[in-house]
Design a binder for this molecule. Structure first.
Ligand code: DGL
Length: 270
């Protein structure tokens, strides 16, 4: 299998870049096709029906490219469509919830784990199920943090406002005596320094990006271009403002990126 088969990474917007970055770091020979549905972000406050419809529009779009695997790099979409996508697609499909839950189970000593995410992710209890499947003795406390994504989207992740919002939102979790906290949303790693400060050093923060990329590496046939010195040409597609996407992607990935605009709705009608 060669580089004509890419790894697709899909998300509701720019948040999945935290996962794409880790995939690029761990699998530098692989070509990534990233799709961010920025025009309809955030998914976290939408109904499961909408999230399902939008996610499959991204999937149908990206399936026009020859793929070796699909990563659903959005916790909300993973919670709603992972099982259906795995049944529907003839290739490995990896979500971010199982890998994050696995990393948390490995990290916890006291067995008291917190999960923060969007309203939909928390409501589906997808993390809770994944955590308790292998370890029914765990104490799991989930909390929706709907104000976190806008802070990141508005470039306020390091602001005083972010500190205040994070402190106020996480107050109920501070009383839970946790030793591990899953950042169950793609945007939250960008708030990690503040979340750590608020939760205290005794709480280990878990981001699923690293573990997701590791799981991906076990499910694909590595690229045979590795003997060649060329770098893969990644492609980033957004349904929103391509210039804005490029500036965020270049800042987070720390390299120049090629961004194309596509209307995901039209791609399905075509
Ligand atoms: N990507 C979403 C997630 O990981 C966060 C942003 C959104 O609500 O769409 O849950």
């Amino acid at each position: 299998m060669s580089r004509e088969y890419a790894i697709a990474v899909i998300d509701s917007g720019v948040g999945g870049l935290t996962v794409a970055k880790e995939v690029i770091r761990q699998l530098p020979e692989e070509r990534i096709v990233y799709v961010g549905d920025n025009a309809r972000c955030p998914y976290g406050s939408k109904s499961p029906e909408e999230i399902r419809a939008f996610s499959f529009q991204m999937i149908d779009f990206v399936m026009q490219t020859p793929l070796k695997a699909l990563v659903i790099a959005c916790n909300t979409a993973t919670a709603v469509v992972l099982e259906e996508a795995m049944a529907y697609l003839p290739l490995p499909v990896i979500g971010v919830i199982e890998p994050g839950a696995r990393a948390a189970v490995q990290a916890t000593k006291s067995g008291r784990i917190g999960v923060i995410g969007t309203e939909t992710t928390i409501r589906t209890k997808a993390y809770e199920r994944a955590l308790l499947r292998g370890r029914p003795d765990l104490f799991v406390s989930g909390l929706a943090c709907p104000d976190f994504v806008p802070l990141v989207e508005n470039h306020q992740a390091n602001s005083q406002k972010a500190r205040e919002v994070v402190k106020e939102t996480l107050a109920p979790l501070i009383r839970e005596d946790l030793d591990t906290l899953i950042l169950g949303c793609t945007h939250y790693p960008l708030l990690a320094p503040i979340i750590q400060e608020v939760m205290g050093d005794q709480v280990r923060l878990i981001s699923s990006a690293e573990e997701t990329a590791r799981e991906l590496s076990t499910q694909i046939i590595p690229d045979t271009y590795s003997q060649l010195s060329s770098h893969p040409q990644h492609l980033f597609v957004t349904s929103g403002d391509a210039l804005r996407f490029r500036s965020i992607a270049e800042e987070w990935l720390d390299c120049p990126v090629k961004v194309e605009y596509h209307s995901l709705e039209k791609s399905v009608e075509a």
